[in-house]
Design a binder for this molecule. Structure first.
Ligand code: FAD
Length: 391
């Protein structure tokens, strides 16, 4: 296998690299928050938007960049290498693609331009207190009343629900039908009367997701995407080819490189007191290399065969998110008791640095739950990858 770029790929990589070098805000930490803030962020998003790079996978006619699979892969790789922050999230990953494929002209005109400008936040109302892995069992009800639907029920773990303007909402419109066939896909206005958003604070103490309650919320029938009761099938739509998790693999390698440097130089390093840390660091380095190989395998399947990867994406998700947890555990061993400090601890040099690892340790637990748990990824791989019977 030849991993080298073709001359065209190399030219495109350089274009992306030079753009980031020139335009990306310097010293902007990752994860600035949903939608970001501040002038530097706005200018950066505008520059990306002008090139269609807020939604690289979308067709050009809708404001995307129409990138090929390989171009997207290179773009994602370079963005991750530069640790460049990205707008988009659920708006570009789920809501926009579903509208492009299944939306009416009016819906497209209303929502897509706002999304590719990168300054609107959407959230995803799928999970409910009793429905996560078994999503098709969801109970939120939408009942037709004249030209509206009246929605009652509760969503949970709604990332960014507190700052979102719109939600893609799955609700049950036919309780008599088999569970996959009675669900409709709506666009819900988060400011509509009857919508209540309550914060849920995650393990590291950050407000990231929410509970969202619907009490007699009226949604006009024009806000259905696709047909009534066909929502389950729409929910599978995605225009993103980013299943390779190259961003995650690059992030893992950078995380290990940072740690190795700190283990050698930081005053709190436990390297001298605990020689076994050396071996752990080597293991993490090897594993980060394995994660990169998995991403390369997925992208070669996509580029050559033109199909979205199946169980290979589950394997990469499973491996990458569990690796994140192992890297975080190794980091805490590197810093010993200093690893328990957080960024706000007064009077301790480097507290912000140690706080980053404490945060990663606590936050990485959710990595193996969000987007489908590790057990579900193992189930998919067991049946589709290994041909084993369902449990
Ligand atoms: C940080 C974060 C952000 C999220 N953001 C959103 C969001 O924006 N919008 C949204 O709709 N949802 C969101 N979620 C919810 C997420 O999709 C669900 O938490 C996830 O699908 C698991 O569902 P659950 O929590 O109901 O757990 P359950 O499905 O109840 O699972 C409980 C346990 O049982 C295991 N289990 C379940 N079924 C099986 C099975 N068949 N075989 C073996 N084991 C099984 C699971 O692996 C898990 O360990 C988010 C979650 C997290 C952690």
């Amino acid at each position: 296998m030849d991993y080298r770029d073709t001359p065209e790929e190399a030219a495109f990589r350089k274009e992306v690299h030079d753009f980031i070098d020139k335009e990306a805000p310097k010293n902007m930490a990752r994860g600035e928050g949903f939608g970001g803030s501040g002038d530097a962020w706005k200018t950066w998003v505008k520059k990306l938007s002008e090139r269609g790079w807020v939604a690289p996978a979308w067709p050009k006619e809708y404001g995307g960049a129409g990138m090929s699979v390989m171009e997207q892969f290179i773009f994602n790789w370079e963005m991750a290498e530069a640790r460049a922050p990205r707008p988009g999230g659920i708006a570009t990953g789920f809501a926009g693609p579903t509208l492009i494929v299944h939306g009416t002209e009016e819906q497209k005109k209303k929502h897509l331009p706002e999304i590719v400008e990168g300054d609107v936040v959407w959230c995803q109302g799928y999970s409910e207190p009793g429905s996560g892995s078994d999503l098709a069992s969801l109970q939120t009800r939408a009942i037709r009343d004249g030209d509206d639907y009246v929605v009652n029920g509760q969503k949970i773990w709604t990332s960014g629900g507190h700052v979102a303007k719109w939600m893609i909402l799955l609700a049950r419109t036919d309780p008599e039908a088999p569970k996959h066939r009675g669900i409709t896909y709506f666009i819900a206005d988060m400011k509509a009367p009857g919508v209540t958003v309550r914060p849920l604070i995650n393990l590291p103490g950050t407000h990231e997701f929410n509970e969202v309650f619907f009490e007699d919320v009226r949604i006009p029938k024009e806000n259905i995407i696709g047909e009534e009761n066909r929502g389950w099938y729409l929910a599978q739509t995605t225009l993103s080819f980013e299943r390779s998790n190259i961003g995650g693999a690059v992030g893992a390698r950078q995380g290990v490189e940072d740690l190795v440097k700190l283990a050698r130089t930081d005053a709190a390093s436990q390297l001298k007191a605990n020689a076994a840390i050396r071996h752990e660091l080597v293991d993490r380095m090897v594993e980060a290399g394995v994660a990169t190989q998995m991403s390369l395998k997925i992208i070669s399947i996509q580029a050559k065969e033109g199909v979205a990867p199946g169980h290979e994406a589950s394997v990469a998700k499973l491996y990458g998110t569990e690796l994140n947890q192992r890297i975080a555990r190794t980091a805490l061993k590197v810093f010993g008791l200093y690893g328990q400090l957080d960024s706000k601890t007064d009077g301790v040099a480097n507290a912000a640095l140690y706080g980053r690892y404490k945060y990663q340790y606590l936050r990485s637990i959710a990595n193996t739950i969000e987007g489908g748990t590790s057990e579900i990824q193992r189930n998919i791989t067991a049946t589709r990858g290994l041909g084993l019977p369902r449990a």
